[in-house]
Design a protein around this ligand. Sequence first.
Ligand SMILES: Cc1cc2nc3c(=O)[nH]c(=O)nc-3n(C[C@H](O)[C@H](O)[C@H](O)COP(=O)(O)OP(=O)(O)OC[C@H]3O[C@@H](n4cnc5c(N)ncnc54)[C@H](O)[C@@H]3O)c2cc1C
Length: 404
Amino acid sequence: MKRKLVVVGAGMASGRVLEHLLKAASDAYEVTLFGAEPRGNYNRIMLSPVLAGQAKYEEIIIHTAAWYGEHNIHCRLGEAVTKIDRAAKKVRTRNGETPYDKLVIATGSAPFIIPVAGKELQGVLSFRDLDDVNAMLSAAGNPDTHAVVLGGGLLGIEAAAGLKTRGMNVTVLHLMGHLMERQLDPSAGRLLQKELEGRGIEVHCHAQTKAILGHKRAEAVLLESGTIYPADLVVMATGIRPETRIATDAGLHVERGIVVDDQMRTSDSDILAIGECAEHQGICYGLVDPIYAMAAVAAQTLMGEEVAFRPVELGTHLKVSGVGVFSAGDFLGAPGTELVTLNDSGIGIYKKLVIANGRLVGAVLFGDTDDGLWYLDLIRSGASIEAIRDDLMFGRALAERRAA
Ligand SMILES: Cc1cc2nc3c(=O)[nH]c(=O)nc-3n(C[C@H](O)[C@H](O)[C@H](O)COP(=O)(O)OP(=O)(O)OC[C@H]3O[C@@H](n4cnc5c(N)ncnc54)[C@H](O)[C@@H]3O)c2cc1C
């Protein structure tokens, strides 16, 4: 009899595990997939282009109903797992219990909702799944509508740009001193702000939200400073928290995320965790590259093989059409590093490379991001850049031509 694999969460991480597993041994397990969303695996990253009208949901589906059918995956979509009974090796949903031999938890993250008065009003949304995008789109369309985006990180800016494209009046309120402070230095953050303002998006930094005002629906956002911004729609893009509830309730080791070893096993060796809900060596990831690497390792573990997940340096791209922003590694430059910068405000190009011991350790690019992946490769490989140092700033083509 086939062993039973239960997968909790039909998102990007679990989708990748299933692909690897099916490729390695399509009949190793009888698979049941539970998903809280009423749909299967789609490219969540592409929700920003969907919001901006540059892609349709149908184009971002990764696994169709036909794909699940073809691979004999029992899909229980729209059915959240509410409990894991580790002693009986069963998961529970509102429809009953399902036994497992191996369990994969891939529940992703939940948006962090800042605990301010008015957060439960109609028109206050997060930006995590297709339902959020559809709710934002149904509020758009009327040019008099005001949207306030709380949070000027990657998601907040992509939401703001999308809503602006849809014709709304958009304001971004950001707590910190410059936009995307987790990926950009102040110079690049300010350039980004200027670019967004040039598109008609209002941006205010050092803005601390005190309350969302309104009766049934959101009507305005009140800052601690007393300033009020009209808001028919409030999008909270104020961070994410790993979705760990079922793991905590089941007594698994959970810190910020569900703690996993190098093979993606939790504190119960029959239960694996991957994706944004997992924590490896103290880190919870929020980008797909490492999450896909986790998925490959988890599939091997399920096949009884022992490979280890090894974190790599991450790069971030902003997906706002016409705005090139890239960042990787130590983008601020720790003490002792050397900074090489190019700043041409006339054409809106800013580049900063951070070098330590003859190696590239960080990069921020604004305006021209063509060489972002090359810089990321150099950072990841730790290769010496001494031979190309003079040309490094001017990109791969020139540096490699001169070095040849
Ligand atoms: C708008 C947007 C833009 C992004 N852009 C980028 C980008 O440019 N680059 C990048 O690398 N990353 C980006 N990300 C992040 C990327 O999408 C995530 O890192 C990735 O989707 C995480 O995969 P996951 O499987 O861990 O979680 P998810 O894809 O979120 O999947 C988790 C699934 O589990 C379900 N679930 C939760 N609890 C339960 C339960 N109890 N029972 C059943 N199902 C449950 C959830 O409903 C969800 O469907 C973006 C994210 C968003 C929202």
